[in-house]
Ligand binder design. Structure first.
Ligand code: ZN
Length: 203
């Protein structure tokens, strides 16, 4: 399986990193080895001094598809989750400066937190999901999927032009503002509405 990640999908986060608003979604992949194993702490890698949390709504693909039209996209997922796209911001900045791919900064072991899943049938509207991240008990990121530049079904249409989507693939739909550095002993807890979706410790 693969993790398909979307960058710059919330205008407030684009402003925060002083990036230009894209005309197409920014897409990158993480391998399955990037998934942080359940109940394991996240270890800050020794090649970075500035790893950031990016809390993101996740979509789990339940059917094989390619060239999926937006109007049929809703048939390709029935579970929504929450996760973190950990990013070695210092390394990413160096790579971006040189025009090089981001993988070393985003696809390293443990860089993808995949929390619990909830059935889409328990969600009124996937385009109006509130979510948040707490760091050491303090809310550091809040978002709502209504603020996405490309909504979930549009992302599925776009991504599936390039990659065949397979059962179990996970889409990371982008982060809202509030990204920030993590330090050893931090505790990160993610919520959809008031429901806890993951809790991890940083080492
Ligand atoms: Zn991200």
């Amino acid at each position: 399986m693969k993790l398909i990640c979307i960058g710059r999908n919330y205008t407030d986060h684009i402003k925060e990193l002083e990036n230009e608003k894209p005309t197409d979604p920014v897409v990158f992949l993480k391998p399955d080895t990037a998934i942080l194993l359940k109940k394991q702490p996240f270890f800050i890698p020794d090649f970075s001094e500035d790893v950031h949390h990016e809390v993101e709504v996740l979509v789990k693909i339940n059917k094989v598809g390619k060239h999926i039209a937006k109007k049929f996209a809703h048939k390709y997922y029935d579970e929504i989750g929450l996760g973190i796209d950990f990013t070695a911001r210092d390394l990413q900045a160096k790579l971006k400066e040189k025009g090089l791919p981001w993988e070393k900064a985003k696809a390293f072991d443990g860089a993808a937190v995949v929390g619990n899943w909830m059935s889409k049938s328990n969600i009124d509207n996937v385009n109006n999901i509130s979510f948040s991240l707490e760091k050491n008990g303090e809310v550091v990121q809040t978002g709502n999927t209504s603020h996405m530049l490309w909504k979930i079904d549009e992302l599925i249409e776009y991504i599936s032009k390039y990659f065949t989507l397979k059962i179990g693939d996970i889409i990371f739909t982008g982060t809202p503002a509030g990204v920030g550095r993590v330090n050893a002993e931090d505790k990160l807890v993610g919520f959809i509405e008031n429901k806890q979706m993951f809790s991890i410790t940083v080492k």
